[in-house]
Design a protein around this ligand. Structure first.
Ligand SMILES: Nc1ncnc2c1ncn2[C@@H]1O[C@H](COP(=O)(O)OP(=O)(O)O)[C@@H](O)[C@H]1O
Ligand SMILES: [Mg+2]
Length: 164
């Protein structure tokens, strides 16, 4: 990332909790898949070469929906689907977006096979089940299921310029 604010090792400390508490510019409630996609498309303006975006949230939270919006906002081409059987899908664009899904990744050997450093050299990377990736220098976005159609999206870790 070009600028960072929160890689002090206090990822889930007082700062992160404070940001979650005052929803402010870092929290957002969406009321449909389209709203989640649109929010991600807007967030895409912040994404730079070498950025690693980790998506954290349960099954059905909207991670793949979010990636669809992120790719659209980045001007990427290609249909966004869960790369469940491929581990990584690549969407070409002004900045290449690599879409990783760690749902089926069982151990650190598979993580090594990802070639994450190479992907980050060539573009930006967004990761579903991103909490399974031990990465210090990453943007973290949490998606929380509120009810059938509402999700709370929270930018948990990112350069201070990032907002919805
Ligand atoms: N506000 C919302 N944002 C995103 N998805 C939503 C929302 N409300 C309902 N949904 C539904 O939740 C599901 C999200 O699926 P998906 O994006 O594949 O989640 P994940 O990748 O986290 O498993 C879809 O069926 C979608 O229609
Ligand atoms: Mg998914």
């Amino acid at each position: 990332m070009a600028t960072t604010t929160s890689h002090s090792g206090l990822a889930d400390g007082a700062g992160a909790r404070r940001r979650r508490g005052n929803a402010g510019s870092r929290g957002l409630i969406t009321r449909s898949p389209d709203e989640t996609e649109a929010a991600a498309a807007r967030l895409a303006r912040h994404v730079r070469l070498g950025d690693l975006v980790l998506l954290i949230g349960q099954m059905g939270a909207g991670k793949t929906t979010f990636v669809r919006g992120l790719a659209r906002g980045m001007g990427a081409s290609g249909d966004v689907m869960s790369p469940t059987f491929q581990l990584v899908r690549i969407y070409p664009g002004p900045i290449v977006l690599a879409h990783v899904d760690l749902y089926r990744v069982a151990d650190s050997r598979d993580l090594a096979d990802l070639g994450l450093d190479e992907l980050l050299d060539q573009g930006a990377v967004v990761v579903e089940w991103g909490d399974r990736l031990p990465a210090a220098d990453a943007v973290r976005v949490a998606l929380v299921v509120l009810d059938r159609d509402r999700r709370r999206l929270i930018i948990e870790e990112a350069p201070s310029s990032w907002s919805w």
